[in-house]
Design a binder for this molecule. Structure first.
Ligand SMILES: Nc1ncnc2c1ncn2[C@@H]1O[C@H](COP(=O)(O)OP(=O)(O)OP(=O)(O)O)[C@@H](O)[C@H]1O
Ligand SMILES: [Mg+2]
Length: 267
């Protein structure tokens, strides 16, 4: 089953800023894919099109066989709910208790009145508890969110996505603001969730090492183009140097070993 099919997807922002430049991509249901590439390469823009909050300028984007271009209003909102996004800035409300932040993942399904008075039914508590148990912090369910550590807050953000029960999890640099060992824990957690619950997982990462260590498929994005789409064992130092160099050397340009030694350090 194909989760995503992208054909020549392009996004041009006002003032002719080409953020995504003709990307073709196919992602199967349940697949785990990492996106790497320099700042400004277009990773977030691509994710925003994949979660249907940004429309492509041209090209065709199909999710589970449905052409997103034809969706408006209610069907579009329903499609958005099938995709959960975890951000680097997790956008939790600090003063609320964990349970309310987690349940806000359901907001699209709540009536306005219920969300306003934040009436929590026992079945909601159970839902939140189950999601928090998956991320290992069920004991924090009634704690105020701003009393949690950064890593615990990131887990709350993941629980909030889980409660939405999405088919797809998009994680846009979910570990940039946590320490390296916690970064690994959170990546493992998302991979486990993807495995156990058959959810498609796409994650953008600034750390090449983490992408190569944990993902079976890694896509390199540069200047809005996918310059490679490979398993980690096929990704050479040269490919990585091209990905992070200021410009792609043309075929005529031979790189000297000296130039290579000056390539940027990968985090
Ligand atoms: N709303 C916008 N309006 C105009 N240009 C934009 C907008 N959003 C992004 N861009 C431009 O599109 C390009 C890609 O940006 P994007 O945020 O997708 O990069 P990124 O790969 O996520 O970078 P980073 O690793 O720093 O998060 C950049 O040149 C950026 O300036
Ligand atoms: Mg980004």
């Amino acid at each position: 089953m194909i989760q995503y099919r992208l054909e020549r997807i392009t996004k041009i922002f006002p003032r002719h800023q080409v953020a995504i430049d003709g990307i073709d991509l196919e992602v199967r249901k349940g697949e785990k894919v990492a996106l790497i590439g320099p700042s400004g390469a277009g990773k977030t823009t691509l994710f925003r099109m994949l979660n249907c909050t940004l429309r492509p300028t041209s090209g065709r984007l199909c999710i589970h066989g449905e052409n997103v271009e034809t969706l408006h209003g209610r069907p579009l909102r329903q499609m958005r709910r099938r995709i959960g996004t975890v951000y680097q800035q997790h956008n939790l409300v600090p003063r609320l208790r964990v349970i309310h932040n987690v349940l806000s993942g359901q907001l699209g399904r709540w009536s306005t009145l219920r969300s306003l008075i934040s009436l929590v039914r026992p079945s909601d508590i159970q839902l939140a508890y189950d999601a928090l148990m998956r991320v290992g912090i069920e004991d924090k369910i009634f704690t105020r969110t701003d009393e949690l550590s950064g890593g615990q807050q990131q887990r709350v953000a993941i629980a909030r996505v889980l409660i939405q029960n999405p088919e797809v999890i998009l994680a846009d640099e979910p570990v940039s603001s946590v320490d390296p060992s916690l970064a690994q824990t959170i990546i493992r957690l998302l991979l486990d969730i993807s495995d156990c619950m058959q959810k498609t997982l796409l994650m953008s990462l600034h750390s090449v090492d983490l992408a190569l260590a944990y993902f079976p498929r890694v896509i390199g994005i540069k200047k809005g183009k996918a310059i490679f789409d490979l398993s980690p064992d096929k990704i050479s130092e040269d490919l990585l140097a091209d990905l992070y160099s200021a410009h792609l050397p043309s075929f005529e340009e031979e790189k000297t070993p000296d130039e290579e030694s000056r390539s940027p350090v990968y985090q």
